[in-house]
Design a protein around this ligand. Structure first.
Ligand code: NAD
Ligand code: GLY
Length: 373
């Protein structure tokens, strides 16, 4: 398949810049792309999970075996609990046992969990191996595979241990989304619409008109949604790679969302994208209460998220239990953006207009959350 049948978005980071290729059919030509982009001598080690392996491991591995370049594979248990210290040790140890050198590459084949842990392992083994992201979930294609945030969770909070470490190449094959469970498609959609919320109201309007086609995985709608999301993310990352400023906007809804995920102990009662959906609604609602944004906005975006089969309130978390406000604020205060004990939150002036603030007072936040629970 000719390479120009795919969209290509460049993440402009000078000598650490890389391409994100987006299209249907990329998996089948992975071996060729790795040869072209990373060199034909490059050896590879694949990290994947149990769900993804059964669909796609063979397609990636066989051509690499044939060319004598596959040094090993590791299939982790699917799910958020694999982003842990103990699994990190296993991944690093297997990569070292496979004699992967700095000039070789780790292939992260899977969703955001695999991308984050394989990326973090690549950052620290031999102080830095090359790695290729092959995102197979919607969330990973539009967000986690791009921008170089890698890491693991701890009981203290989400992604609190990690590194900024950019991949060498990202291959987003939208055909892989055909096997993604419906609930995961919706969860991934929460990160797609985030780009509309945070800075592109035109994209939000397009998403609102094309929502059904996207979640039903129409090829053209998906291709545009993934491409536009990656373009927005690439631009923000290029301007602020290490999150000293506007990259924080990409965390819209996440300070609430990460606290909810930690409270739920990273279990299947709440997927990351679902937590982001609830967090986005909370961020709009608080923005409304503080008169930053017009009063009808939360109702509008909640209706949109509901159409995407996403939860919009804390009460909708599966399992019928809810955190208390003080616990949530305590967990929110583990956020990486905290300064002198003061939370940094992303608030909205409207759909497509967000800003970073440290002005939200602790008591206001607790009172706000008491009213939401
Ligand atoms: P995930 O990796 O757990 O994947 C979701 C589920 O879908 C898993 O069960 C997985 O096995 C399965 N799956 C993935 N692709 C599949 C396919 N094509 N067919 C069938 N099943 C498939 O979770 P996720 O939603 O992809 O990612 C969430 C993670 O990403 C969280 O840990 C979050 O913190 C992280 N994240 C990181 C960044 C970043 O910038 N690094 C950004 C956003 C989210
Ligand atoms: N997903 C948030 C970021 O990459 O900054």
């Amino acid at each position: 398949m000719p390479i120009d049948s795919f969209d290509c978005v460049r993440v402009e980071l000078g000598c650490r810049g890389y391409d994100v290729l987006i299209g249907a059919g990329l998996l089948a030509i992975t071996e060729q792309l790795i040869s072209d982009r990373l060199g034909c001598e490059t050896k590879a080690f694949i990290v994947t999970d149990t769900n993804v392996a059964q669909h796609y491991l063979e397609t990636i591995a066989q051509p690499l075996i044939k060319s004598g370049r596959l040094r090993g594979t590791l299939t982790l248990p699917a799910g958020e609990l694999s982003k842990s210290f103990s699994v990190l040790e296993t991944v690093c140890s297997k990569i070292l046992s496979a004699d992967i050198e700095r000039g070789d590459c780790v292939i992260a084949l899977g969703g955001g969990v695999i991308g984050d842990i394989a990326g973090f392992s690549s950052a620290i083994v031999r102080r830095g191996l090359r790695y290729v992201q092959i995102p197979t979930s919607l969330l990973a294609q539009v967000d986690s595979s791009v921008g170089g945030k890698t890491g693991i969770n701890t009981i203290h909070g989400k992604n609190l241990i990690g590194a900024f470490y950019q991949p060498h190449l990202v291959l987003a094959d939208i055909n892989t989304l055909k096997t993604l469970p419906e609930r995961q498609v919706s969860a991934g959609y929460a990160e797609v619409v985030k780009y509309g919320f945070l800075g592109d109201s035109q994209f939000y309007n397009w998403l609102d008109a094309n929502l059904t086609s996207i979640i039903e995985l129409d090829h053209h709608a998906l291709q545009h949604a993934v491409k536009r999301s990656v373009e927005i993310k690439a631009e923000i990352v290029a301007a602020d790679e290490k999150e000293h400023g506007d990259r924080a906007l990409l965390n819209f809804g996440h300070t609430f969302g990460h606290a909810l995920e930690t409270w739920a102990r990273y279990s299947d009662v709440l997927f990351h994208g679902e937590a982001v959906s609830i967090g986005s609604c909370l961020a709009f609602k608080l923005s409304e209460e503080l008169k930053y944004c017009p009063s009808h906005t939360t109702a509008r975006i909640s209706a949109h998220l509901k159409r995407a089969r996403l939860p919009t309130e804390i009460a909708e978390i599966r399992g019928g239990i809810q955190p208390d406000a003080a616990t949530l604020v305590h967990l929110m205060k583990q956020d990486k953006k905290i300064r002198d004990g003061q939370l940094t939150l992303i608030m909205a002036r409207d759909i497509g207009q967000t800003f970073v603030t440290q002005e939200i007072q602790h008591a206001d936040l607790v009172n706000f959350l008491i009213r939401q629970i």
